[in-house]
Design a protein around this ligand. Structure first.
Ligand SMILES: [Zn+2]
Length: 242
């Protein structure tokens, strides 16, 4: 392996929680399982639908099944040495801390801003690295948040959630990069996107890497936000309650 026996052992001792087993999650789950991560937690309350299969390759043959359950079946076939824990429901402000606390690294693969902010805040409060990715049409981004800055420093308020079709391979590209960042982080490799964001557009094939600045007024990085309150994950997800 490129990261050697030591890296492989580190990976096998690591647990990763993947939130969302959709397009990004399919790539992340597939490559982390193939690479030999020790434990995978998979959170998804949705059911596999026919039109998911253009980008969610791990769910082939499982239309109608819960996505976390379907993903677990895939991992079992690909690499039975990976232990899998499934959570066939949505992550919420009520259950987030409990779920996140059980894992070493969190890979956020949701399709909505509410969950991204919830994961950002929960990971910071639980002191867990948050590997974020998002895709939209031909575009995507990946970032790794460890201490500061955080996702709220990057985007203080949520934009509009788009429901435009995602080119299947866009999710594959950015999900693969996200899986790579998890592996690099765990194995102590250089070049991890810590506090930086990689943005790319597959229609123009332009990629940029930007350093995220810590915001002095960030309620999370300043330590003012100390708990998870459901009020902070509504509408634009700005912090209303401290
Ligand atoms: Zn912040």
């Amino acid at each position: 392996m490129i990261f050697g026996v030591e890296g492989q052992e580190k990976l096998f001792k690591t647990s990763v929680l993947v939130v969302g087993a959709g397009g990004l999650g399919s790539a992340v789950i597939g490559y982390l399982a193939a690479a030999g991560v020790g434990k995978l937690g998979i959170v998804d309350g949705d059911v596999v639908e026919e039109n998911n299969l253009q980008r969610q390759l791990i769910h082939a043959g499982n239309v109608g099944l819960n996505k976390a359950e379907s993903a677990a079946l895939f991992v079992e076939k690909l690499n039975p040495e990976v232990s899998v824990e499934i959570y066939p429901y949505h992550i919420t402000p009520e259950n987030a801390r409990k779920l996140v606390a059980r894992y070493d690294v969190i890979a956020g693969c949701p399709d909505n801003f509410e969950t991204r902010y919830l994961l950002n805040d929960t990971c910071k409060l639980e002191n867990k690295p948050f590997v974020h990715a998002a895709v939209y049409s031909y575009e995507g981004e990946v970032a790794v948040f460890t201490e500061s800055p955080c996702y709220r420093c990057y985007i203080p308020r949520a934009g509009v959630s788009h429901s435009r079709a995602i080119l299947g391979s866009t999710a594959g590209v950015f999900g693969s990069i996200q899986a790579g960042e998890v592996i690099k982080l765990v194995t102590g490799s250089e070049g991890v996107l810590k506090g930086e964001i990689l943005r790319g557009d597959l229609s123009s094939m332009e990629f940029i890497r930007i350093k995220i600045e810590r915001r002095v007024d960030c309620p999370l990085c300043s330590g003012k936000l100390k708990e998870i309150f459901p009020e902070n994950y509504q509408d634009e997800c700005e912090v209303r309650k401290l």
